[in-house]
Design a protein around this ligand. Sequence first.
Ligand SMILES: Nc1nc2c(c(=O)[nH]1)N[C@H]1C(S)=C(S)[C@@H](COP(=O)(O)O)O[C@H]1N2
Ligand SMILES: [Mo]
Length: 411
Amino acid sequence: MDRLDFEAARSVSRRRLLTAGISGGAALIAARALGADVDLRLPGGNSARPLTSDFPQKGEMILQRARPVLLETPMEVFQHNLYTPNDRFYVRWHWSDMPTSIDVDQYRIAISGHVERPLSISLAQLLRMPRVELAAVNQCSGNSRGLFEPRVPGAQWGHGAMGNAKWMGVSLRHLLDLAGVRGGAVAVRIGALDKPLVEGAPAFEKALGIDHARDGEVMLAFAMNGEQLPLLNGFPVRLVVPGWYSTYWMKTVNTIEVLTAPDDRYWMAKAYKIPDTPRAHVAPGTKDFPTVPINRMNPRSWITSIADGASYGYDPVLPVEGIAIGGDSGVARVEISGNGGRTWEPAMLGREDDRYGFRRFTARIGVPRPGRVQVMARCTNTAGETQPMEANWNPGGYMRNCVEPVTVALT
Ligand SMILES: Nc1nc2c(c(=O)[nH]1)N[C@H]1C(S)=C(S)[C@@H](COP(=O)(O)O)O[C@H]1N2
Ligand SMILES: [Mo]
């Protein structure tokens, strides 16, 4: 983003954040009116989902669940936007008792634990601090879970539990430095305003290692694509952890706690654990395996210009477009196959704003005669990892990153 845009975004977010409260609680609970169905083409069947435009600050979304709110972004949004518009950005909450309105004057972020000076930061203070900005993809650990075979429990997402945005905020390091992290600190636990609905159930919180928390890129973001965050995406402040799955991207952050031991509470110690194996893969049915907390993302790519199962008019050249991510490193290349993976040709890559954002790719496939064509894209990241043909599997349905074939009929 050039300097001019940066200044514009800065003034927009400052003005809006300080004046706009958000209401919409009633609408949130009432959101029920449903539109046409969309077919996520999940192999386990039962893959139709209604479209809804009834959630506050959200346009047309795929309704996965109303309470807690789970909204998926339709694939065509990625075809038309390198940056996912805020009103089409997917939504995921664990507990249905999430904030439905925020008093921006009362909002505070408390920094406590193993620090020299415990602090309570207001939004006005946060907005006066030095800012960082970067593009990064927010992707749910379970994005594409509905494609797992055999099927695993959890939200049966298609590919739309992800989105790309330009995030602006204050680095977590800056806040930690203000509080003064004491020697012997090991981790930083982040808490939020949402509460479990069930008595005694653990509030959603996540922790990062102290060095990760202080890497200067992890930020408390108050702006997304130059606007304040939608309520459902964590207004007024969320954590952005570039290159890591969005389970760590805490929304409506209100506590930052410096720990002298790894976080042993439920959401780090028990939930979101993956097999400690390459690509978190185990043979379906396996139960006893060492686990680690889910962490960095892996390379992926999605063809967005043509839809699996669709028919198009025949033309000897089929243009193919899509988006790729490197994971926690950049996209080095994307290759395209029009023959089921026998041969691969390099795709053209669009500009890279930041290595954590979506990267656009385009290619043209020669199609000698009408008929069915299977098109594949495969991304290699700058760390040298390439998407494999075979799907990985684990009981949580996390980290799917195989090549996703798209078969179309050209008639
Ligand atoms: N406070 C809070 N933050 C949260 C969650 C939550 O339940 N509560 N869910 C996490 C998970 S698992 C995901 S996938 C992302 C979703 O971010 P989004 O709703 O902005 O797309 O938020 C993360 N941050
Ligand atoms: Mo998630």
